[in-house]
Ligand binder design. Structure first.
Ligand SMILES: Cc1ncc(COP(=O)(O)O)c(C=O)c1O
Length: 392
């Protein structure tokens, strides 16, 4: 069928969303041969076999129908059980909604909690979806800088300075995309207290909670500000399940009650057999063993890439202790913007990296490298980068 040429009247709201600036770079890369991408933010591993088997079995057993909007009760219990066993946090299953990944959890939080006249504080740099979610919610956006000298942790004093009567929500994401930074207990506590004192919501997006290195630990914000935190979490990274679209949110009762109204009319419920597989992911030892194998492999790659980067001219990596990204500073003497540098690297080394500005203004002068790529590819990319940069 061919559509007639006519004028379509679209809601202005949709134009608030900015399509990713890095699309052009990817488009250019897709037309080139022999390009290695260190741009992707998804595991290169397959979902653990035991989880795939559970989904197949669930299909055969007839899990092909609607489920309650908030999710299958046994799955919500398994999530609560996981928080109890892993973090000693008591979560009631009634405070959980199973969502289509952390993306949906985040969207629900913005839509349910913010409106015109409210402000949200979003770190800079930050993962790309928060700003777009805020725009659609018509909220004012304040960016709080994350600084290398502070190991890219939020500075509680700076946060207090930014808060006004309009401030409703703070977004947090540790282990962090794009910097690979992790949180520490002192900061988690301080921010939790600020949230309580100023009656702020914390949207804490924690999909990389298990990817920790060098003895780093995870501090879930629901532990430090339970009455204020909306947790977004996901199976995408932990169990290499990006395509399954499985995540969840945990929030106070009243918030959950509102979030579920939107969730019920947008997706109804997350795919039934996917939820059943989620129970296996959380309860079966084999999926945790698979997770640990992935974590170790990421750690080896992290060390490998750090070793290469630290020997390269014109770049200086921040040593990450979480997620699977390395945030790399570009030599200011090169006088190149992040986008120039990423473009130059693509043309001269055939390597795709993400310009830091994709994550906010503070990302100027930085690039993000993902090591969720096979070792041989990483080595090849590093060697190409080294030789290209040596020619500068
Ligand atoms: C920080 C962060 N939050 C959320 C997401 C989206 O994850 P999901 O697949 O669970 O929707 C990503 C994916 O890259 C991410 O890096």
């Amino acid at each position: 069928m061919r559509y007639r040429k006519r004028k379509y009247f679209l809601a202005g709201r949709i134009n608030l969303i900015q399509r990713s600036k890095i699309r052009e770079l990817f488009e250019k890369a897709s037309k080139m041969e022999d390009v290695i991408s260190l741009g992707i933010g998804e595991p290169d591993f397959d979902t653990p076999e035991v989880v795939k088997e559970a989904a197949k079995r669930a299909l055969d057993e007839g899990y092909t129908h609607y489920t309650p909007n908030a999710g299958i009760p046994e799955f919500r219990e398994a999530i609560a059980e996981y928080y109890r066993d892993f973090y000693r946090i008591n979560v009631d299953p009634s405070n959980i909604i199973v969502t289509a990944g952390a993306y949906e959890a985040t969207y629900l939080a913005f839509q349910s909690l913010l409106e015109g006249g409210d402000d949200v504080i979003i770190p800079d740099p930050a993962f790309v979806c928060y700003v777009e979610d805020a725009k659609i919610a018509e909220a004012g956006i304040l960016r709080i800088p994350l600084r290398a000298e502070n190991k890219f942790r939020l500075d509680p004093d700076e946060l207090v300075e930014m808060i006004t009567k309009r401030t409703r929500m703070l977004v947090m994401n540790y282990p962090n995309n794009p910097t690979g930074a992790v949180l520490d207990k002192k900061t988690a506590r301080a921010i939790g207290e600020i949230a309580e004192d100023y009656n702020l919501y914390i949207l804490s997006d924690e999909p990389y909670e298990h990817f920790l290195y060098e003895g780093a630990r995870h501090y879930p914000m629901i532990k430090y500000a339970p009455d204020n935190t909306i947790l977004a979490n996901s199976f995408s990274k932990s169990f290499a399940m990006t395509g399954w679209r499985l995540g969840f949110t945990i929030a106070p009762e009243q918030v959950i009650r509102d979030m579920i109204k939107l969730h019920a009319y947008v997706i109804g419920n997350v795919t039934s057999f996917v939820q059943i597989a989620g129970i296996t992911a959380l309860r079966d030892k084999r999926s945790w063993q698979a997770l640990e194998r992935m974590r170790r492999t990421y750690d080896e790659r992290r060390k490998l890439v750090m070793k290469y980067l630290s020997k390269m001219p014109h770049v200086e990596p921040f040593r990450p202790k979480g997620a699977f990204y390395i945030w790399v500073k570009i030599d200011p003497e090169l006088d190149m913007t992040s986008e120039d540098f990423a473009g130059w690297l693509l043309e001269n080394a055939g390597v795709v990296v993400i310009p830091g500005t994709a994550f906010g203004k503070q990302g100027e002068g930085w690039i993000r490298i993902s090591y969720a790529t096979k070792k041989e590819q990483l080595v090849e990319a590093m060697e190409r980068m080294h030789s290209a940069l040596s020619r500068l």
